[in-house]
Ligand binder design. Structure first.
Ligand code: PGA
Length: 254
């Protein structure tokens, strides 16, 4: 079995560096009791250096929530993947639905994937449909997201990419609104099928696939068990070390 991966996505939280350090320290202490689980935190850019001390060895690993599609130059406000890597980031979330909602297209997501890989970062690629329809068009939507994100990605780079399946309608709600384990399982199978068409079956099977969308202590176990996912991308619940740890405990034993 693959090592379970639990990634906390802090989004635009917490408000201060002091709070960020406190939160990270609390997660770090608890995480040390779960060495079987790969735990990572995607923090706002300004907290990366203070949390990592500029080193790549920090544990839990620290990463960024986005990177620029360009490698450098006159792009006001952008932070390149190399800049993030230089201050200790190990991975980048790419294509989160909250970035896509701000205008990020599949083509931009593809550029960001390539930029992150070339800077030595691992990629957590988010895909997910806005809504469901009876005719299954949402499956084509997910396939498009995957196919375009992987343009130009070499087979040998696939192990450095994690896919986070995050149905947009389930993000930022409560456990009751999360997707059922059974529905998650269908999507995991479908995503592996898309990957095996692009690469091959064994590479597809080896890819880590996460679920994200209102994961809490109360639904983590059933989604892990029934959904056959390799872990979670956790938003809101990752800001509460107690709840985040409950999720990690399930990843340890389920
Ligand atoms: P949520 O966020 O856990 O708060 O739903 C997940 C995400 O947006 O990555």
């Amino acid at each position: 079995m693959k090592k379970r991966l639990i990634v906390g996505n802090w989004k635009q939280h917490p408000a201060t560096l002091t709070d960020a350090k406190r939160l990270y320290q609390s997660i770090k202490t608890k995480a040390s009791k779960a060495p079987q689980v790969d735990i990572r935190i995607a923090a706002p850019h300004t907290f990366i250096q203070p949390l990592t001390g500029g080193k790549k060895t920090s544990k839990p690993q620290i990463g960024v929530q986005d990177v620029s599609a360009s490698l450098g130059g006159a792009y006001t406000g952008e932070v390149s993947a190399a800049m993030a890597a230089n201050v200790g980031a190990r991975f980048a979330i790419v294509g989160h639905s909250e970035r896509r909602a701000l205008g990020e297209t599949n083509a931009i997501v593809n550029k960001k994937v390539l930029a992150a890989l070339s800077a030595g970062l691992e990629v957590i690629l988010c895909v997910g449909e806005q809504t469901r329809d009876h005719d299954g068009f949402y499956l084509g939507y997910i396939k498009d997201e995957i196919d375009s994100a992987f343009l130009g990605v070499l087979p040998r780079d696939l192990p450095r990419i994690v896919i986070a399946y995050e149905p947009i309608f389930a993000i930022g709600k409560t456990a009751a609104d999360a997707m059922s384990g059974q529905d998650v399982h269908e999507m995991v199978i479908y995503i592996r099928k898309c990957l095996s068409e692009k690469f091959n079956r064994s590479r597809a099977d080896a890819t880590t696939i996460l679920y994200g969308g209102s994961v809490e202590g109360t639904n983590a176990e059933s989604i892990l068990r029934e959904g056959m996912v390799d872990g979670f991308l956790v938003g809101r619940a990752s800001l509460d070390p107690q709840v985040f740890m409950e999720i990690i405990q399930f990843a340890k034993y389920t």
